[in-house]
Write a protein that binds this ligand. Structure first.
Ligand code: SF4
Length: 77
């Protein structure tokens, strides 16, 4: 089965909370800098975090992708 990944360009995050509201099991706001963290992701390049998710998590993260005001969430499937 094809891997489904979420990509977060964290540098540009404004901490608006939209991603957390869409998928609280994958996103949380970092208390230190106020930006979102993609939970259990790996930093593949500076400021770019990637995580594999299950097909069950696609729908809620599509909402996050579509509604992130900075356009910095990418869902690849
Ligand atoms: S929706 Fe986008 S800008 Fe808002 S907290 Fe999440 S990643 Fe950051």
């Amino acid at each position: 089965m094809t891997k489904i990944t979420l990509v977060h360009h964290r540098d540009k995050c404004i901490g608006c909370n939209v991603c957390f509201e869409a998928s609280p099991s994958n996103w949380k706001i970092n208390e230190e800098d106020g930006k979102a963290d993609l939970i259990e992701s790996k930093e593949t390049k500076e400021g770019i975090f990637v995580k594999e998710i299950s097909h069950l998590e696609v729908e809620e993260n599509k909402i996050a992708e579509d509604n992130c005001p900075m356009g910095i969430i990418k869902l690849n499937k």
